[in-house]
Design a protein around this ligand. Structure first.
Ligand SMILES: NC(=O)c1ccc[n+]([C@@H]2O[C@H](COP(=O)([O-])OP(=O)(O)OC[C@H]3O[C@@H](n4cnc5c(N)ncnc54)[C@H](O)[C@@H]3O)[C@@H](O)[C@H]2O)c1
Length: 441
């Protein structure tokens, strides 16, 4: 099967690297986004996301005349939908006392609607957005069939999950194994042929619902495993144990691999996708549901630890280091660090946040410091929330001269406790009551 022209709908962390990679591998690519500032930025030759290698690939694609940005789709041989699938912020679902977040499929349905006028016989449509089980067959297919064409008969329709790691997207896009699920076996084969343009990893075909479930299972598996690590951090504090030491020792067992605890779980994927299972089958997905509750409550656990160090938080000055949802990325979506800051502020603390990857970010109710130095200057407590390399390499000797703070709380095991103590700080770590300094509170 031959594809000359591709239309990629949604030009974010997934769509833009995907569109650029197809373009530099020879396809004519039209990238579509509803956000005019995304299109304007791309038309000026710049990209709007922070991801290594994407600017270079994008610039190359434009230079060889293979990429154009547009605000609406156009006729093509294949279409990829890579729009967001968040949850609804304003409504919750409920089933027998289980309250759950609801998937917001608005972007997927409007992207599919936008394709209807351009869909032709023989086209291929692939949904890449992480979606609840059966979305491709039960939601996307009926919308596209309003064109008068039948999915799996007149056009090919697939679901193919994106499994790249932010920070390594350009490499993993090419090297990772890819699952392509078709509404028919022929659809899956067509999807496989498209990805074979550049994918070097194995390309495995299946049905569309299995492919949707694979993606949700991967992220749910991580969420549940982080939840147990977070619960272990709470148990360790209760029993006077250092959870980090205990995890390292447990992981010496050849069949145990406990993940790291932290201030919660964030990002666009792991904190969102398990809800898709809970919403779709609340009576079954009980372990998944409770893991979500544990991870969502971890910011509160951090705040309780801060209170055990500082006492009542009213008027207390705190420097919060990191707002991204994980180390060395600029993605602030669903970040537990923001939640920690909101909870601290709700108790009267004055928090100055510093995020080196997005220093000018505007987040409702969060005061961003102008620099690391400004965040630290008047602080009483330095709170490490993200394990950015820029933070783990900070030298407490230098910092001691830049801040009034004599207290440091590390929620991610980013700092060496002994070093900080040597330089005059009282040092505390999430999940580690063994090496915590004595509290003043
Ligand atoms: N970011 C990741 O690391 C990652 C990894 C795996 C899977 N995913 C999944 O991929 C999907 C996309 O995620 P992302 O991180 O690229 O999102 P993103 O927010 O970075 O980008 C999505 C883009 O789609 C645009 N958009 C929204 N509605 C649109 C519409 N109707 N038509 C055209 N454009 C539209 C937005 O303006 C935005 O630029 C999500 O379902 C996500 O869960 C993301």
């Amino acid at each position: 099967m031959k594809f000359n022209k591709l239309c990629v709908i949604g030009l974010g962390y997934i769509g833009l690297p995907t569109a650029s990679t197809f373009a530099i591998h020879g396809l004519d690519v039209v990238g579509v986004d509803i956000n005019p500032s995304v299109i304007a930025t791309l038309n000026q030759g710049q990209i709007h996301i922070h991801e290594p290698g994407v600017q270079e690939a994008f610039s190359q694609a434009v230079r060889v005349g293979k990429f154009r940005a547009a605000n609406q789709p156009e006729a093509a041989d294949a279409f990829i939908i890579a729009v967001p699938t968040p949850f609804k912020s304003e409504a919750l679902g409920e089933d027998n006392g289980t309250q759950y977040k609801l998937a917001d499929l608005h972007a997927v349905t409007s992207a599919a609607e936008a394709l209807i006028p351009y869909l032709r016989k023989g086209n291929l449509v692939i949904l890449e957005s992480t979606s609840p089980p059966r979305t491709t067959a039960d939601v996307v297919a009926p919308i596209l069939e309003k064109s008068g064409l039948k999915a799996g008969v007149d056009f090919f329709l697939c679901y193919s999950p994106e499994r790249v790691l932010p920070g390594q997207i350009m490499k993993e896009l090419i090297e990772n194994a890819r699952v392509v699920g078709g509404v028919t076996p022929e659809s899956a084969q067509a999807g496989k042929a498209l990805y074979a343009t550049f994918v070097k990893g194995q390309i495995v075909t299946t049905d569309s619902t299995t492919a949707e479930m694979v993606k949700l299972m991967e992220n749910t598996h991580r969420d549940v495993n982080i939840a147990i690590a977070n619960e272990f951090s709470r148990l360790a504090e209760k029993f006077g144990v250092d959870v980090w030491e205990a995890i390292a020792l447990a992981n010496l067992h050849p069949r145990i691999k406990i993940l790291s605890p932290g201030p919660g779980v964030g990002g666009h994927c792991i904190s969102v996708d398990p809800w898709f299972f809970v919403e779709a089958a609340p009576e079954i997905a009980q372990l998944i549901y409770h893991a979500r509750l544990v991870n969502d409550a971890q910011p509160r656990f951090v705040v309780e630890k801060v209170k055990s160090i500082l006492g009542a938080l009213q008027g207390k000055k705190i420097a919060a280091l990191g707002l991204a949802y994980k180390p060395d990325v600029d993605d602030l979506r669903e970040s537990p660090a923001s939640e920690v800051i909101h909870l601290l502020q709700a108790e009267g603390a004055q928090v100055q946040a510093w995020e080196p990857f997005k220093p000018t970010a505007q987040l409702a109710g969060i005061h961003m410091a102008a620099s690391l130095e400004a965040a630290l200057k008047d602080a009483e407590l330095i709170l490490l929330l993200v394990k950015h390399t820029q933070f783990t390499t900070l030298n407490p000797h230098t910092l001691a001269g830049q801040t009034n703070a004599k207290l440091a709380l590390d929620t991610v095991h980013g700092w060496n406790a002994e070093l900080w103590k040597q330089h005059g700080f009282q040092f505390f770590r999430l999940g580690d009551s063994k090496s915590d300094s004595q509290t003043n509170a």
